[in-house]
Design a protein around this ligand. Structure first.
Ligand code: IFM
Length: 439
């Protein structure tokens, strides 16, 4: 299969997952700094204090990107590095780090794709309620405007929020992620305020008159465990909650009806007045795809009365089913439901139990995973999906949130003891795909 010339092959990372030096040069703490330093939240007490030491080794990492032949690199800016209190005073040293990185990418001929928010909210904004406080809309758009002004001459592609569903669900409803809240009211406020914040940032960028901006959503088909009416309904509930909660308001200007029936009471008062403002998808959709779910009705589940059923199929180290057809399904669904928007795959990849042996990592399973997903993306493009690029998650092994350093997603292996990087077999394979444009 041949991909078009100019297709943007790249790899992705996020600030807290790779940078380390969390409080260096005047940076403020983020909610993930606070969360990971609180006992019991992250496996084996791991934190992002050192991570891949990318804050200090970014030149070496840039050289690796060049070696791989990446056309694009998606990374995120750490909000509290740039604005230690989340608003007001700018930390020039923190901003300088991203200016140099963008400069270096430009010199290397690698297109930057900048994620404005990938989960590391300044802790001081959390003290004021974080995403549950409506004021976050202004805080976020001021922060985004600062980045547009300072980096906008060299950055064309912007992502407002990474996986806002994860922020709301895992951060505010189940408490598995920072800030560790378990409050359904706060969760739906976080949903609504993220939608408003995204829309405001899109407007702020348009005012600058340059660049393209989108949001990165995590999507996955939700298939019923059986044809029974109950299972079909359970799968629909999950499908609406996961796949349509953000995209329907952004593209259609309305929350899905079933969400309003079930959780309307948890949305902030007067939310109806915001729907016109919120109907602002931006210029493209970023798709983060990893797996599907097979769902059965379960009356004991207090949330959506549903549970996931594990399949007899290969799974990754995350326990996620390998299901490449789901990528095709998601891309064509987006095309059909939302009028054929421009898209990028902003994340796709897999964690496997990689081993470094004789300076090599033979990760054939990752090569297979990527090949099968690339082929499904190509097929979707042949059928009219306007897909412009593909960012593999991740450039290198990194801090996998509550799993710490126990899950490896990288194209490049990181030895955390020595900080040595070793390109895995998948990295070399990907490099050939990029060079030839063919699979
Ligand atoms: O590591 C994460 C990333 O930060 C967001 N999307 C999913 C990845 C794998 O879990």
């Amino acid at each position: 299969m041949k991909f078009p010339d100019g297709f943007l092959w790249g790899a992705a990372t996020a600030s807290y997952q790779i940078e380390g030096s969390s409080l260096a040069d005047g940076a403020g703490p983020s909610i993930w700094y606070r969360f990971s330093h609180t006992p019991g939240n992250v496996v084996e007490g791991h934190t992002g204090d050192i991570a891949c030491d990318h804050y200090r080794r970014w030149r070496e990492d840039l050289a690796l990107m060049k070696e791989l032949g990446l056309k694009a690199y998606r990374f995120s800016v750490s909000w509290p590095r740039v604005l230690p209190e989340g608003k007001g005073r700018v930390n020039e040293k923190g901003l300088g780090f991203y200016e140099r990185l963008v400069e270096g990418l430009g010199e290397a001929g690698i297109e930057p794709m900048v994620t404005i928010y990938h989960w590391d909210l300044p802790a001081s904004l959390q003290d004021r309620g974080g995403w549950a406080n409506r004021e976050v809309v202004g805080w976020f758009s001021d922060y985004a405007s600062l980045l547009f002004k300072r980096l906008g001459d060299r950055v064309r592609l912007w992502i407002t929020l990474n996986e806002p569903w994860v922020t709301a669900h895992l951060g505010y409803a189940t408490g598995v992620h920072a800030p560790g809240m378990r409050d359904i009211f706060a969760a739906f406020r976080a949903v609504h305020h993220q939608l408003l914040a995204h829309a405001e940032a899109v407007r702020a960028m348009r005012a600058e008159g340059r660049g393209e901006i989108g949001i990165a959503v995590n999507l996955g088909p939700q298939h019923p465990a059986s044809p029974s009416e109950e299972d079909v309904r359970a799968a629909e509930r999950w499908d609406t909650y996961l796949n349509r909660l953000f995209l329907d308001p952004l593209f259609l200007g309305e929350y899905p009806g079933s969400i309003l029936e079930t959780f309307g009471w948890a949305l902030p008062k007067g939310w109806e007045k915001d729907t016109v403002k919120i109907k602002e998808p931006g210029d493209f959709v970023g798709v983060n795809y990893y797996t599907r779910a097979v769902v059965a009705h379960d009356p004991r589940d207090p949330f959506l009365r549903a549970r996931q059923v594990r399949q007899e199929a290969p799974h990754t180290e995350m326990g996620w089913e390998v299901y490449p057809d789901g990528l095709y399904e998601v891309l064509t669904w987006l095309r059909d439901r939302y009028g054929g928007p421009r898209m990028y795959i902003t994340e796709n990849g897999a964690a496997f139990s990689d081993r470094l042996e004789d300076e090599e990592v033979k990760d054939e399973a990752r090569v297979d995973y990527l090949r099968e997903h690339f082929l499904r993306a190509g097929r979707a493009m042949e059928e009219g999906v306007d897909l412009r690029g593909y960012m593999v998650w991740s450039l290198m092994d990194n801090f996998e949130w509550t799993f710490g350093y126990t899950k490896r997603f990288g194209l490049v292996y990181v030895d955390y003891e020595t900080q040595k990087r070793v390109v895995k077999e998948s990295g070399r394979w990907y490099s050939n795909v990029i060079a030839s444009g063919e699979i």
